[in-house]
Design a protein around this ligand. Sequence first.
Ligand SMILES: NC(=O)c1ccc[n+]([C@@H]2O[C@H](COP(=O)([O-])OP(=O)(O)OC[C@H]3O[C@@H](n4cnc5c(N)ncnc54)[C@H](OP(=O)(O)O)[C@@H]3O)[C@@H](O)[C@H]2O)c1
Length: 251
Amino acid sequence: MTSSIGSIGSTAIVTGAGRGFGRAIATALSATGAHVVGVARDASALNELRDELGDTFTPVAADAADPAIAGRLLDEYSPRTLVLCAGAAPRMAPLHEQTWESFSQNWNMDVAQAFHWTRYALRRPLAPGSTVIAMSSGAAVKGSPLSGGYAGAKATVRFITGYAAAESQRAGLGIDFVSVLPQLTPATELGAKAVAAYAERQGVDVETFLASSGPALSAEQVGKSVLQIADGDHGEHLAYLLTASGLVALD
Ligand SMILES: NC(=O)c1ccc[n+]([C@@H]2O[C@H](COP(=O)([O-])OP(=O)(O)OC[C@H]3O[C@@H](n4cnc5c(N)ncnc54)[C@H](OP(=O)(O)O)[C@@H]3O)[C@@H](O)[C@H]2O)c1
């Protein structure tokens, strides 16, 4: 598939662009010729990416869960593609070793981000033909007993995206809302921590744990799959599981 600026749109916003999946998604979108606005809190990681991608990448050091940031950036850039990829790394510990603060961190970050950006995308609204892609997780289906409120928060991200798709359709806005549920992978900082915790719980080393879970998803594959969705090359589905074999429609 050859993507082009025509189908992706001239401007994309990617939250969590500093590292991991978000960085790979920003890189993939940038390769289509799109102007990519990347959001993360660490300015140095974003500046490094700008050095790599050039002036068509605009770094914005900010908290993506802040509603004022969502409103300001959607007004300023009117993106045709919005990818909500930023996410808090959950504290890896069993339920009884969590505090309410640690249990709820993905609600205060991931769910708050999905709520504020999605709400503003509908109210503004974004232009017809725009696509909003939210990063949920395979954990939203299977649960994740060592990561506190993470799985429930990611299930809620998927619900929010589905509710928004229905509202877009009711109002004839022509905005696509899609959620992506990647499988756990050691390819990123967040994923590597989770893999290490599950391996330890099973009493095996990380290599043995990974050998039993099939081929690992890479950040580049996530970038490619998100591009496929942003390109409109994904059918009419609202949610996709994402493994090393690619996207599988869920609903
Ligand atoms: N890796 C996996 O196995 C996996 C599986 C399923 C789903 N996911 C989801 O995929 C997404 C990306 O994960 P990843 O594995 O790429 O994680 P990662 O390597 O830890 O990267 C997370 C990115 O999000 C940014 N971020 C975190 N909190 C932020 C905030 N409040 N405001 C702005 N940016 C923020 C981080 O930058 P700063 O810290 O500088 O802000 C970083 O750029 C997450 O939503 C995650 O839950 C990951």
